[in-house]
Design a protein around this ligand. Structure first.
Ligand code: CAO
Length: 470
């Protein structure tokens, strides 16, 4: 028979006035026998209503939020082949069993199979839309769908109609992995096991946005590891007066970069101390000459100089991983970034070819870059292309810190204030000026031994500047 078929809600047993929570088809969709049309949800169960015939959806008579009972018309099929479902409402179980047999693959006919294939994209759009609506309006329905790579032969259109499933209603207890068919399909497409997703919908149901958040967290944390639970939202104004200070664009950008580097780069920090007693004597002796040149010669210029020399000797520290993470790009230049503290946040201008510059030139360039960073007059190009970064708190305080690698670079050297300390030498304590250095590095690229040798080499060079000539 071919013509129009009104598909009705089948016998729902004890249920009446059941909520329509999802429409799985759109007008114009071709459907096959037993293809799910809508999802119903009572307070105890959810179920799909399958099509009783094959054809094209001419009308959809229900909307999400409607209440339906057995016999209500859901959709009208055009060019339909199959039986009007008038009989289905209240038909005896044996008959339903027979109808299920008719719908088995091979028996439903090739036309049905083709129809199912053709309508997939349109239906998925509809599902996606329905899910988005659902997130703001209603609880998500549940239905068993193949997960974890179960074969597509489990497609609902080919399988028997499922009876209503009972839902654990224990108050406060989270029902595991409740998600709509569309959400489960969406999760499958992204390779996500829906059981792993934390549901934020009513009764812990998993929404499309939960799957998206889950994937975002995995990407942010570099994959594999379980995402940390979000910090609880606490309103500090409950405990006293609070002022609000919007973050500058620069701070927000820096925060995003720091967070990405912190979560994606496996960091280790190597601490060491440089004996800068002789360096400080030498630096003090250069004060007049530096003044004549209009330069303030601070320890930072010496640290940059020693780092540049070390980078020439330890080429792996001057590298980065390519996008695939499988190839190391060794940089045949020595551009050193110097972190500058500005009122708007941290900025890292870059001293080009630091290995070819003397300490006066380095000191002048660092002062110039720092001054322009603070007055926001750096060009973007002046903050790019570093092979390594030096970050100094030497003018502030502290005995060491763990800087965050300025990715895609693989190492950063933190400098803390030099202080006179007792050092055991030749059977006695002698006063020496020691400067703490903290090298944070990307452990994917740099092994601990390399990091220790690299840092020790810088300490030796700062301890005896003649080493820079070797
Ligand atoms: N030990 C002892 N004294 C040090 C020192 C050290 N390691 N490093 C610098 N100093 C002294 C300088 O000699 C100078 O002393 P005088 O004024 O007596 O001559 C004083 O500290 C101030 O130096 P400065 O700040 O003018 O210049 P600088 O070369 O030391 O630093 C710059 C320049 C741009 C690196 C610095 O101003 C800056 O912005 N640092 C902040 C970096 C930062 O915030 N990093 C983030 C850390 S977390 O990743």
């Amino acid at each position: 028979m071919s013509g129009r078929i009104e598909v009705q809600v089948p016998d729902l047993g004890e249920f009446e006035d059941v909520d329509v929570v999802e429409i799985l088809v759109s007008r114009g969709d071709p459907v096959g026998v037993e293809d799910p049309l809508i999802v119903l949800e009572s307070d105890k169960a959810t179920m799909e209503v399958p099509s009783s015939g094959a054809g094209t959806i001419a009308e959809i008579r229900v909307s999400v939020g409607d209440k339906v009972s057995a016999g209500d018309v859901i959709v009208v099929l055009e060019g339909a082949e199959g039986k009007a479902q008038t009989e289905a409402a209240g038909e005896p179980e044996e008959k339903k069993g027979k109808r299920r047999d008719e719908a088995e693959p091979g028996k439903a006919g090739e036309a049905d199979e083709r129809a199912r294939e053709e309508r997939k994209p349109a239906r998925e759009d509809e599902e996606a839309r329905a899910d988005r609506d659902a997130e703001s309006k209603r609880p998500e329905p549940e239905r068993e769908e193949p997960v974890r790579g179960e074969p597509e032969a489990e497609e609902p259109s080919a399988g028997p109609r499922r009876p209503p499933e009972s839902v654990d209603e224990t108050p406060g207890e989270r029902v595991p992995a409740h998600a709509s068919p569309a959400v489960r399909r969406f999760a499958r497409e992204l390779g996500v096991e829906v059981e792993q997703v934390e549901g934020s919908g009513p009764k812990g149901r998993i929404l499309r946005s939960d799957v998206q958040e889950h994937v975002k967290r995995i990407v942010r944390t570099g994959g594999g590891t379980a995402p940390p639970a979000a910090a609880p939202a606490v309103d500090p104004a409950k405990f006293g007066p609070v002022d609000r200070e919007p973050l500058s664009r620069l701070r927000r950008t820096a925060a995003a970069n720091l967070h990405r580097a912190w979560t994606q780069v496996p960091h280790v920090t190597q601490h060491d101390e440089a004996d800068v007693t002789d360096l400080e004597t030498f630096r003090a002796g250069l004060r007049d000459e530096a003044g004549e040149r209009g330069v303030k010669l601070t320890p930072v210029a010496f640290v940059v100089k020693a780092s540049a020399a070390a980078l020439l000797r330890f080429e792996r520290v001057s590298s980065q991983l390519d996008a695939s993470g499988e190839t190391l790009l060794l940089k045949r230049y020595v551009h050193v970034g110097v972190a500058v503290d500005t009122p708007d946040g941290l900025v890292v201008p870059v001293v080009r070819d630091a290995d070819r510059k003397g300490v006066f030139e380095l000191a002048a360039e660092i002062a110039d870059l720092a001054g322009r960073a603070r007055s926001r007059r750096l060009s973007p190009g002046e903050m790019q292309g570093a092979s390594f970064t030096v970050t100094s708190l030497g003018h502030v305080a502290g005995t060491g810190f763990t800087p965050i690698v300025n990715a895609p670079e693989v190492a950063i050297l933190g400098v803390s204030p030099a202080r006179i300390r007792p050092v055991w030498r030749d059977g006695a304590f002698v006063p020496r000026k020691l400067m703490p250095l903290s090298l944070s590095y990307d452990h994917r690229v740099i092994d601990g031994v390399l990091a220790a040798r690299f840092t020790a080499w810088i300490c030796e060079a700062l301890g005896d500047l003649r080493r820079l000539l070797l």
